[in-house]
Ligand binder design. Structure first.
Ligand code: ASP
Length: 425
């Protein structure tokens, strides 16, 4: 067996019987195995006895972090909010695990390009959490942080970095919490961390910065438009969903078209949007109740589920079938008696389309008409997660108690769209 004096963090080249490989040595729990992070991002364990030869191509050296983040007063200013997720994580070269980029200098070191486009006047880190661990308290904290930045007259817009998994819940929440928005609020993300050659982080961040300077005063999500690393889409915060677990263009507009195509140095608007008005003052309204739930209907599901929710919750959103159908009078396990009973007692039941794309129309079949008569609120083409957040928002406003249906059907922040033309679908 050859004697190899590799240390965690070293970048090495190895010769095995049938192949050669390059990668970074990670700390290994087993001393008979070298654990290597390949350039593809995958980790492999190589038994030391299988290695015929090897050498260090680059010795690991801890880099000092300083002076990357400098105010550039001649550029237009934005505010930056960092909250966690892959875009704010970096690989620890010794362990192979990821660590948060909480240090602003370090963030700037990894993403120098954004600092060439804008002057990042203020950076806030309200918390560092992957989006699957967030709650409505996190949405509220982000909204408060963004609102403070928007009040700064020098700041043209705000960019928020966020995990991808539950990003569309946060974008919906901000769309409702920040009323009368005066400037752009941009959420961005990355699917692949900055340590990987295929990372989408840098382009997304640059396009987000560009969009934050635009004249669109909306909550938007900016990220890769395709799997190529060429330009991004800006998507409305209430009409977007993550539709792929790993692709760089994971986010798609649902029942809407992108607001704009965005490059690091230009924007091409492709649909209507609310215009920036620097004289307007945004209103922070974070009234919210967590006593709401999202239920996906499936064949054979018992209506007893409604008894459970009606006991502990104020309302639910049901992902109904087709144009808005659930088992009614013709079915043995009709949902009608339970729906009627609970709705009569003040429990709110809304329906959205399980098909994701398209619009509910409960008046086509008698099934839907029976549900309308029972008091189910049909939310047209609204996304399920947007509907859940909106229901929590509406029911969190106790003054709206007698107007829940009216408020759920009011278009607060582009959550309902006009019918799309065939070309736009
Ligand atoms: N689980 C991570 C999150 O949503 C994944 C990511 O950032 O993409 O925070």
């Amino acid at each position: 067996m050859v004697e190899l004096n590799f240390q965690p963090g070293d970048y090495v080249k190895l010769r095995l019987a049938l192949e050669e490989m390059e990668g970074r040595i990670l700390e290994s729990p087993d001393s008979s195995v070298f654990l290597i992070k390949l350039n593809s991002g995958y980790n492999v364990g190589i038994p030391k006895e299988n290695i015929l030869a090897g050498r260090v191509l680059k010795k690991f050296k801890e880099e000092p972090v300083k002076n990357y983040y400098l105010e550039k007063k001649d550029l237009p200013s934005i505010g930056l909010v960092i909250t966690g997720g892959t875009i704010a994580a970096k690989l620890n070269p010794k362990t192979g695990g990821v660590h948060w980029l909480t240090n602003i200098e370090e963030f700037a070191k990894f993403y120098p390009e954004i600092f060439q486009i804008v002057n990042v006047k203020r950076i806030e880190v309200p918390f560092m959490t992957a989006s699957e661990s967030m709650t409505s308290d996190h949405w509220i904290k982000i909204a408060q942080t963004v609102n403070n930045l928007l009040l700064d007259s020098e700041i043209k817009g705000v960019v928020i970095t966020h995990g991808t998994d539950f990003l569309s819940y946060t974008s919906a929440a901000l769309s409702f919490f920040l009323k009368d928005l005066n400037k752009p609020v941009i959420l961005t993300y990355s699917q692949r961390s900055i340590d990987r050659a295929s990372s989408d982080a840098n382009l997304n961040l640059q396009c987000a910065a560009r969009m934050a300077l635009s004249d669109a005063a909306e909550v938007m999500l900016v990220g890769h438009a395709s799997i190529n690393d060429d330009f991004c889409f800006s998507l409305r915060g209430t009409k977007v969903r993550k539709l792929h677990s790993s692709r760089r263009d994971a986010f798609k507009p649902i029942n809407s078209i992108p607001l704009a195509k965005v490059w690091p140095d230009k924007i091409e608007f492709i649909s209507n949007y609310t215009k920036r008005d620097d004289k307007k003052k945004p209103i922070l309204d974070t009234g919210f109740t967590d006593k709401v739930a999202l239920v996906k209907f499936y064949p054979g599901q018992s209506p007893d589920i409604l008894d459970f929710y009606a006991l502990k919750y104020k309302g639910i959103v049901i992902e109904a079938a087709g144009l808005g159908h659930l088992p009614v009078s013709e079915a043995e396990h009709s949902w009608l008696p339970n729906l009627k009973k609970h709705i009569k007692n003040g429990f709110v039941v809304c329906a959205v389309a399980q098909t994701i794309y398209g619009r509910l129309d409960p008046l086509v079949y008698s099934n839907g008409r029976e549900l309308v008569n029972a008091g189910v609120i049909f939310l047209e083409d609204m996304l399920a997660e947007t509907a859940l957040v909106k229901l929590g928002f509406v029911l969190g406003h106790y003054g709206w108690k007698s107007k829940v249906k009216e408020k759920m059907l009011e278009n607060f922040s582009g959550e309902f769209s006009e019918r799309l033309t065939l070309n736009e679908i």
